[in-house]
Design a protein around this ligand. Structure first.
Ligand code: FAD
Length: 310
């Protein structure tokens, strides 16, 4: 599948995470300002991952809103919350002026007492999609154009009062799913709940993405599925990412990172690999590109420019 869309018309977005200390907060400010220079569709901020909390996510989202022209998109997870607690969190974000969300289930606890147990009332991302839409409709009177999913195909909806809800998708399968069909059923459930678009887990081969998108479309998924790409510039990070995501180790990238003796060379290896992947995705018709920035602007901006996206 190829399209006539020029690479520099493709929407780009970035993911960052809340800083762990004051020094990291200072460098995140620079990162966000640099990322904003290429006019991304949005910058998303993770939630609850790596020891962060909702206060630190909100601080970063507010900074994006107040100091850039870029849409701030909040990740939200629902594991461990009662219905009332989750609704209160959603309300707090909406009151801070956040209207774009990535609704996630999150992961079950790993501590011995509760391992694998999904505590709380909301058990899946699709329920959180519904909850976000319901909380917003209590605040803003409902109209046809505010209905979740009412403007499918647009990645962000500028209609005042309308929330945009993204969800996660897993081209190579969620580690718990056991089959592609289950992942597609889950995406269909999220679409039915009102999701506007999906962002994928990172992957290393364009074919994996296109195979998944084709199967999802055949099964009735209509929302755009945006590929999530992570430029990886060290072998240790690659191993960590492979462990956390359950992705297969990409042998070509893995060997290239191991044989390259210096850090500048390894950064080039990671950027070149991600750029080649983005080139294939854009040529094959991906609707947008989402880049996991790891709170650094240099590598992702090298990919954006290297792939001719800006
Ligand atoms: P769900 O879609 O609810 O379920 C995950 C899987 O369970 C499905 O793929 C499917 O296999 C199965 N399943 C669930 N419902 C159904 C159904 N109705 N029918 C069939 N199968 C079903 N985690 C964080 O803690 N904080 C973050 O900020 C964060 N950001 C992320 C950003 C992206 C782009 C991605 C891809 C993941 C992110 N995660 C984050 C990780 C995410 O929370 C985990 O992957 C979690 O295990 C699953 O969340 P989910 O929203 O995909 O869950």
């Amino acid at each position: 599948m190829t399209t006539g869309v020029r690479a520099n018309d493709i929407p780009v977005s970035f993911e960052v995470y809340p800083p762990r200390d004051l020094a990291a907060a200072g460098s995140l400010v620079t990162t966000i300002k640099e990322l904003a220079t290429v006019n991304p569709q949005f910058i998303s901020v993770t939630f609850g991952a790596g020891g962060s909390n909702r206060r630190s996510s909100l601080d970063v989202l507010r900074f994006i809103k107040e100091h850039t022209h870029v849409e701030a998109l909040a990740h939200l997870t629902c594991v461990g919350n009662s219905h009332a607690e989750a609704a209160a969190i959603v309300r707090e974000f909406l009151e801070a002026g956040i209207t774009s969300f990535l609704a996630l289930r999150g992961d079950a606890p790993t501590d011995e007492e509760h391992v694998g147990e999904f505590m709380g009332d909301i058990k899946s991302a699709s329920e959180l999609v519904q909850l976000i839409a319901n909380v917003q409709s209590e605040r803003v009177p409902w109209t046809e154009s505010h209905a979740p999913g009412s403007d499918r195909g647009r990645i962000l909806d500028p209609t005042p009062g309308r929330v945009t809800i993204a969800v996660a998708a897993f081209p190579n399968g969620h580690p718990e799913s056991g089959s592609t069909r289950r992942d597609i059923d889950s995406l269909l459930a999220k679409q039915a709940a009102g999701a506007d678009f999906a962002i994928t887990q990172l992957f290393f081969h364009a074919d994996d993405y296109f195979r998944f998108v084709d199967k999802a479309c055949e099964a009735g998924v209509e929302i755009p599925i945006i590929p999530g790409i992570m430029p990886i510039t060290s072998h240790s990070r690659l191993m960590r990412v492979v462990e956390l995501s359950g992705e297969r180790e990409p042998s070509e990238l893995s060997i290239a990172l191991q044989v390259e003796p210096d850090a500048v060379g390894r950064a080039r290896v990671g950027v070149d690999y991600a750029t080649a992947l983005v080139d294939k995705l854009v040529a094959g018709g991906a609707p947008a590109i989402h880049l996991y920035a790891f709170n650094r602007h240099d590598t992702v901006l090298d990919v954006v420019r290297g792939a001719g996206l800006r």
